[in-house]
Design a protein around this ligand. Structure first.
Ligand code: NAI
Ligand code: CS2
Length: 493
């Protein structure tokens, strides 16, 4: 039997939809309806609807997942979140979704985004969805979708184009604007979104640009919950517990955190007032973002590249290697923590918890998945910390080994000479650097450090950085990832 309204009574779930779910109207459009949104914002919003009420149903928009759209519609837009810790799996059924649209259903998407009842448009469109230069934050005006949307604002294709098109519609009709709420892993994500939206609007219409600048705020958020891409095995695991087949389920971890800047231009759900802990509204998110993007995502990407090259399929497998566990904790304590501005948090406890989260065998979080889109991730996960360390006399040797892991990974060939399926918006440019360098590591380094969308000029020309990165790259190519991590740890025992 499939999960559906009619079969809910047969479901074995901790939490089920209630009357509030049935009566609530749409109040949110979410761009980037993926695994993370389903296990995090949509679930928290569902809890608001169930426990407090309010018209906060969500219309999800996906750019790529027609299969997910089909499955959800077949399930009356119901899906389950499996919270897994090692062998334990608890199921929550989420009833906050009204429907799911493809971004290609442009008219329907814009109709919802222009509806005065829609108060929030949130995003998890991945770092590359912002069509920005990760090193500078500027909108990439040469991006083909941005070029299309500037000429065809009524039929946008990019997330930024959809936002500005809908803002323009509300501006022309005198409708109160929605709050754009980014929930992507970007430093000062609200400011990143504001910058690219304003730069887009400026190239479109000066008056619209002025209206957005004066009337719309872009809150920052820190978002955290590890949500691996769903596998067939996950679907089977959920069905075994739920008692119903759910082809739109996600499996995640018990931990969840959401820190939201209190800067909305319209109503919002009382996310911080439900029974779900670790959701807070504050006026300064930056210290929380730094802590999470550098301690969690920085070590996640370290394990993604060096773990993958060491032959480890998942994070749980990688952290089981005692040398990796020691290396990850060294990075956290010695190279990342000094750069953090957060106060009032027990960082040792936070880091202990991170290691436990990585060890969770209930999650099959692939190193390959985390390794994707590195050009969009390493600036905030590695380079900002390295810049701080260079200015403050702190070692960068460990993060340079991690960065060397990324450089080796994007060569597209692993240590056994097999092909790596590199996924990155700059895949061609990365391959070209390696093609031109051949086996000349110095030449390869020159090529990578000249990528201005990744490495800012000052960092790329910093001699200390160059020397350390070259040494790490030479070690990595000479000894391999697993042995390089082992000797790094041995030298510090
Ligand atoms: P996903 O692959 O399940 O979903 C990504 C969504 O974004 C899909 O709907 C896809 O169609 C859309 N998308 C992809 N490229 C796009 C583009 N260029 N323009 C517009 N839409 C695009 O990924 P998932 O797991 O939902 O993660 C999405 C983002 O959420 C991450 O990139 C990250 O920023 C954030 N996040 C993810 C966490 C996780 O553990 N999965 C945890 C914390 C944050
Ligand atoms: C991961 C993140 O895929 C990746 O880049 O590092 O999605 C990570 O799972 C989340 O940020 C955890 O909150």
């Amino acid at each position: 039997m499939r999960l559906s309204q009619a079969h809910l009574s047969a479901a074995n779930a901790l939490v089920q939809p209630n009357e509030n779910n049935k009566n609530a109207k749409v109040g949110i459009v979410h761009l980037g309806f993926g695994a993370f949104h389903r296990a995090h914002q949509a679930l928290i919003t569902d809890t608001v609807i169930k426990e407090i009420g309010g018209n906060w149903k969500i219309v999800g928009v996906t750019w790529s997942d027609a299969g997910l759209q089909k499955e959800l519609i077949a399930q009356d837009s119901l899906y389950s979140v499996g919270v897994g810790y090692n062998d334990q799996l608890d199921i929550n059924i989420v009833g906050s979704i009204e429907t799911v649209l493809m971004s290609a259903q442009t008219e329907q998407v814009l109709s919802y985004m222009c509806d005065p009842e829609v108060k929030i448009v949130s995003l998890t469109v991945t770092e590359k969805g912002y069509c920005h230069n990760p090193a500078t934050g500027d909108l990439d005006l040469s991006h083909p979708l941005i070029q299309h949307d500037l000429e065809n604002i009524d039929t946008p294709k990019s997330a930024i184009g959809f936002l500005v098109s809908a803002m323009r519609c509300r501006y022309l009709k005198g409708i109160q604007p929605f709050t754009p709420l980014t929930c992507d892993n970007l430093p000062e994500n609200g400011h990143v979104l504001e910058k690219v939206v304003l730069q887009f609007a400026k190239h479109l219409d000066a008056e619209l640009y002025q209206w957005i600048k004066e009337q719309i705020t872009f809150p920052c958020t820190m978002v955290d919950r590890i949500v691996p891409r769903t596998t067939e095995n996950d679907i089977a695991r959920v069905e075994k517990v739920l008692g119903l087949e759910d082809k739109a389920s996600v499996i995640t971890e018990p931990f969840l955190q959401w820190v939201i800047e209190d800067k909305f231009v319209n109503e919002r759900p009382a996310w911080e007032k439900t029974s779900i802990a670790n959701v807070e509204v504050t006026d300064n998110v930056v210290p929380f973002e730094e802590m999470k993007l550098r301690l969690l995502n920085g070590t996640h990407s370290t394990m993604a590249y060096l773990g993958y090259l060491s032959g480890y399929e998942t994070i749980a497998e990688t952290i089981q290697d005692p040398n990796f566990k020691t290396f990850v904790r060294y990075l956290m304590d010695e190279e990342i923590t000094p750069s953090l501005s957060i106060e009032g948090i027990d960082l040792d406890k936070y880091k202990d918890q991170l290691i436990e989260r990585y060890e969770n065998k209930g999650l099959q979080h692939r190193t390959w998945q985390i390794a994707m889109d590195g050009t969009q991730k390493i600036p905030q996960r590695f380079l900002q910390t390295i810049c701080y360390s260079l200015n403050n006399g702190i070692s960068i040797k460990g993060l340079c080994l991690a960065l060397a892991g990324w450089i080796r990974y994007v060569s597209g060939v692993n240590e056994q000479g097999q092909e790596i399926d590199v996924q990155d918006p700059l895949k061609q440019q990365l391959a070209q650097v390696w093609q031109q360098a051949g086996s000349d590591l110095e030449k390869a380094l020159d090529g990578f450090l000249s990528l201005r969308s990744v490495f800012e000029q000052d960092l790329a020309t910093n001699q200390t950085f160059r020397v350390e990165l070259q040494a790490a790259l030479e070690t990595l190519f000479a000894n391999g990832a697993k042995a390089s991590v082992a000797s790094f740890v041995a030298q510090r025992k």
